[in-house]
Design a protein around this ligand. Sequence first.
Ligand code: APR
Length: 164
Amino acid sequence: MRVIQGDITDMNTDAIVNAANSGLLGGGGVDGAIHRRAGPALAEYCRPLAPCPTGQARITPGFGLAVRWIIHTVGPVWRGGRHDEAALLAACYTNCLHLCAPHGIRSIAFPAISTGAYGFPKRQAAEIALQACRSFLARFGTELEVLFVCFDRTQHDIYAALLD
Ligand code: APR
């Protein structure tokens, strides 16, 4: 597991993860950036895969992106922490990772799901992301490379400190 600062649409891992909404047709933030660079064929492909419930994941080709696969997951909206937000966020990471082996994915890049428009506290979200991925790797995925791509320095430093 590694953290880097950057734009997830520049990654050339086997797969990148999109922080989508249940409609899967694009939006702002990382979702908007991915749909813009993948092109309109992505939304067309996504249409029959919707709705995607919170915590679950759907896989599509990368279309105009350098990656072979995009895994779309829907993070929880932060509503104070008593609405199962932590478990749903962990499920996002775990469900994305479960799609890797069946699709031959050996490297995957995650954004900080739910920490933008959906308002999840950044440090808590990073702890959940790392814990969910660490448990998954311990159980199944010794070969899998997991990258956390942080758009801003603050988020990067939170991950870096936790990974230390
Ligand atoms: N690469 C990496 N990270 C990015 C990028 C990018 N190009 N753009 C934004 N981010 C970061 C943000 O800084 C934030 O930390 O991704 C994190 C998640 O933010 P959002 O994209 O707002 O995702 P989320 O909080 O899960 O909200 C999802 O936003 O745009 C809509 O359609 C999307 O409705 C859904 C909601």
